[in-house]
Ligand binder design. Structure first.
Ligand code: ASP
Length: 452
């Protein structure tokens, strides 16, 4: 059995949904189909999920919601018309939106979640109706039937029992059309995953039914070895391990949601990223293991928007519990971190800048200074992390030197280096104004001339 997931652009219009039907029809193993809400039809279009967020905000502000609601209904109506479905489906969608808008507003986050999820939910119903109308027996299944998620306040994730609950879908005779992006708590409250989270739903379904393959259909032929917006014509990645993909989860690799790796990784279901607009292209396979041949480096990714908390204290290395106390201060501020490079007497904690405010920065600096008696504490902003990843890097000497030399030629100073313990990744912290130049220089070094 194959579980396939179709992203927003793959289900953005009637024409795209017809392509989806052809893809599903062309392989009888494609029995479970997870769908996103209609995404952008062109560059300046608005995703249905964003339209729904506007609707939710208008409802929260007690503004007139009818205009916002009709915009969403019209998007679905255009799709239904293009697929020659009768209009009752649009009445059902309008009714559903009205009901959601009337829902409990006491918790704003949950209220927004329930409206946001209407894009996927209604699209799944519409697509199941369409499949049936063209003679493909299909059934909409709601996440209410088993996709149980945790309660607030933690970010949404599927509870272990979700997998057992959904396992029976394996025996389906019809094609199951399942909305992506959300689940229900044990108490029956709807919660959405992070943006782009339909990938996660597909992965949960693939793991639950122990699929032979999870196909993730999007609008690019494959994952590239570097961000094509920065590097000219980067090499395509044909095969990549889960671990490599995880390490590369910064910009340029967002084609597949990083949280979506976990469910399939646990039981080893391979993932194939494919293009709805070019389904015969082989795409990129994400696999548990692969034989390492050719280049040592598989991909290079980069992201900006990082801050570093630098702390130095003489004899830090002899002070039991120093690291724990430092990280506790960040935990108290609900801040997660990405890397912690350290020396004998100093340590830096690297985190996403969007978690830091003027107030919590001041509290953190004063607590580190006073409670840990640090000699020096500084918070610095405006960093990028550049990550070089490859299973072949473990057995390759001189790779860090090559990377550092390439970076130095751009004139940038390397503020931090961190080699992941698995030795399949090497991270460089640099000032963010150098990010693109460095990405190009590293790509040139590791991909333009194969020197292995
Ligand atoms: N529709 C949601 C979003 O725009 C989830 C998804 O498409 O995966 O983020």
């Amino acid at each position: 059995m194959i579980v396939c997931k179709f992203g927003g652009t793959s289900v953005a219009s009637a024409e795209q949904i017809q392509k989806v039907a052809n893809i599903v029809k062309s392989n009888p193993a494609r029995k479970i189909v997870a769908v996103s809400a209609p995404g952008k039809r062109s560059g300046d279009d608005i995703k249905v999920t964003d339209l729904l967020i506007n609707l939710a905000m208008a409802a929260l502000k007690n503004e007139d919601i009818e205009g916002e609601l009709q915009i969403v209904v019209h998007r679905f109506k255009a799709i239904a018309d293009g697929l020659a479905l009768d209009h009752t489906i649009c009445d059902v969608i309008a009714e559903d939106l009205r009901e959601r808008v009337q829902g409990d507003k006491s918790n704003e986050e949950l209220f927004i979640d329930s409206i946001k999820a209407a894009g996927e939910d209604n699209n799944a119903k519409l697509i199941a109706t369409y499949f049936n109308s063209i003679g493909m027996p299909a059934r909409y299944v709601s996440p209410k039937d088993g996709l149980v998620v945790n309660d607030l306040p933690e970010r949404t994730y599927a509870l272990p029992e979700a997998y057992a609950n959904l396992a029976h879908l394996k025996c389906t005779k019809e094609i199951i059309v399942f909305p992506g992006f959300f689940g229900y708590t044990k108490a029956g409250i709807l919660r959405t995953f992070d943006r782009g989270g339909s990938d996660i739903t597909g992965s949960i379904l693939a793991a639950a039914v122990e699929a032979e393959l999870y196909e993730n259909f999007t609008d690019v032929d494959c994952v590239f070895s570097a961000n094509p917006k920065v590097v000219n014509d980067p090499v395509e990645i044909k095969e990549i391990t889960y671990r490599e993909m995880r390490e590369l989860s910064y910009a340029g690799f967002s084609v597949f949601h990083d949280e979506a790796l976990m469910p399939v990784y646990k039981i080893g279901v391979p993932v194939n990223i494919k293009n709805t607009n070019n389904p015969s292209a082989p795409g990129t396979r994400i696999v548990p293991r692969r034989s390492v041949t050719g280049r040592p480096v598989t991909g290079i990714s980069a992201d900006s928007g990082f801050s570093t908390l630098y702390v130095s204290k003489y004899l830090m290395n002899r002070e039991v519990g120093f690291g724990r106390k430092l990280l506790q201060i960040l935990e108290d501020e609900n801040i997660s971190y990405e890397h912690t490079p350290s020396g004998l007497d100093d340590i830096s904690v690297i985190m996403r800048s969007n978690q830091i405010t003027l107030e919590n920065e001041e509290r953190i600096l004063s607590r580190v200074k006073n409670e840990l008696n640090a000699d020096d504490v500084q918070m610095r902003h405006g960093f990028s992390m550049i990550v070089i990843v490859g299973e072949g890097m473990r057995n390759n000497t001189g790779l860090a030197a090559r990377a550092a030399t390439a970076i130095s030629k751009t004139g940038a100073n390397i503020e931090m280096i961190n080699q992941g313990s698995s030795e399949v990744s090497l991270v460089f912290g640099v000032l963010q104004e150098f990010e693109n130049q460095i990405l190009q220089a590293l790509y040139e070094e590791f991909f333009a001339h194969v020197r292995v």
